[in-house]
Design a protein around this ligand. Sequence first.
Ligand code: SF4
Length: 194
Amino acid sequence: MQNLIPIAALNQYAYCPHRCWRMFCAGDFVDNQYTLEGTGLHDRVHTLSSGHREETWQVRAIWLKSETYGLVGKADLIEAQNGQLYPVEYKRGHTGDFDNDALQVCAQALCLEEMTGQPVTQGYVYYAQTHQRQPVAIAQDLRQRAIAAIQAIQTLFRTGQMPPAVYTPRCRGCSLYDRCLPQAAKKVNRYRES
Ligand code: SF4
């Protein structure tokens, strides 16, 4: 049986493969303001419970798993309306320019489909900063990108080979900046290539 990968690793890999390697292969993690706010938010929503809110059935902090895709992870919230199940992922910030949150929701949807035998066509990301739910269509292209990310992470976990630390605008908000120093690495490499 293949090793299961954490659903949250998809989010980290899509954000930065080097960060994913540091967190899940090297066990290297430090908090910053953003990660602490995110942990606080998840602590508040990660209390296992279920019930109805008007016409919507809800279950919080439930484990999801897929043998087909080799995934496991805890969902913040699963809801059902009119017989249709869908995941809701909580994030501290606001809608970003990247698809890392959508990939995480898609991975939850893949698990939910396997566990229930029902298609999941929609998910949401709830952004605490704006108090808004951003719909995520579980469309074919998103599924394909999620599956490609799962395969890349499986290779990363199997080989343990460190992806390069490449400086991007995302580095500015990254809690691991002081560990990998991507700009310093860039300068050193530029010097070596000159
Ligand atoms: S600082 Fe940049 S390169 Fe380093 S882990 Fe964070 S996002 Fe990745």
